[in-house]
Design a protein around this ligand. Sequence first.
Ligand code: SAM
Length: 294
Amino acid sequence: MQLGEPSRTARAAAFHRAAHQVLEQGRIFADPLAVRILGEDADAIAREAEARPSSRRMRFFIAVRTRFAEDALAAAVERGVSQLVVLGAGLDTYAYRGSLRDRLRVFEVDHPDTQGWKRRRLADAAIPLPATLTFAPVDFERQTLAEGLAAAGFDPAQPTFFTWLGVVPYLTDDAVWSTLGFIANLPHGAHVVFDYGDPPDSLSPEARDRHERGAAHVAGLGEPWVNYFEPDSLHARMRDLGFFEIEDLGPREILSRYFPQRAAAAPDRGGHVLHAATSNARPAGRLQKEQPAE
Ligand SMILES: C[S@@+](CC[C@H](N)C(=O)[O-])C[C@H]1O[C@@H](n2cnc3c(N)ncnc32)[C@H](O)[C@@H]1O
């Protein structure tokens, strides 16, 4: 991120969600506030998205990751989760329109520069702030999540769901693992959903070309991708921390769940979205229990 400026990739992700509403009528992920919070005209959004046909894949990936997170959250709320922490929230709108928002205390954690911009966007769009919402400004590279959440009144004794969408690829390994360690150590259970990418050198030549174009784009916005994971070693390290249920959708699983008509064309490596729960979190949704490594 550029010092003193809101995240430009947060605007880009919000743009993709808005474009998905305008161009695909929210077919994968419906968000009635996506256009309003962006503060741009729907026709201009459609024109900008259609002028960049190569952005379609990222638009669908962002729609999928948000849908996957909110479906898992809904199942977890039915099983007793009462707090939601939106990590690196950007212009995420769950707190303002989510169907189960009244059953949750919601904490939006973000870099102070991005959060200040979001608050101005909410005010300009006349989107009311629910009483259940608390803003927690945190720079993950300088402050721990524990400190930021404690200052915001987070109750570590309540079962909690963390969404962490579009953030992990931008963070150092230390920032990622200290956040996962905090989540894993919550005494009454936690869920986390985040997305990540396979290491670029493991991609097919075609996927690697696509990846390099995306990486150059975000680097040009001042927010380079710096973090990738090998799924097996990521899962093993997460299990060591105490996440015993892990559901990880790679490109194949994403296509077969959300775009079954295109599943045959799926590459086996690329972007993933992962839902994990600690052993003291009650099982939720479609989580499949993984066998511990020998
Ligand atoms: C690509 S945006 C994703 C935003 C949102 N989750 C979404 O899906 O639209 C990345 C987010 O990570 C946040 N972020 C990046 N580095 C951060 C840091 N060091 N501390 C706190 N937040 C950070 C940015 O402020 C931004 O909101």
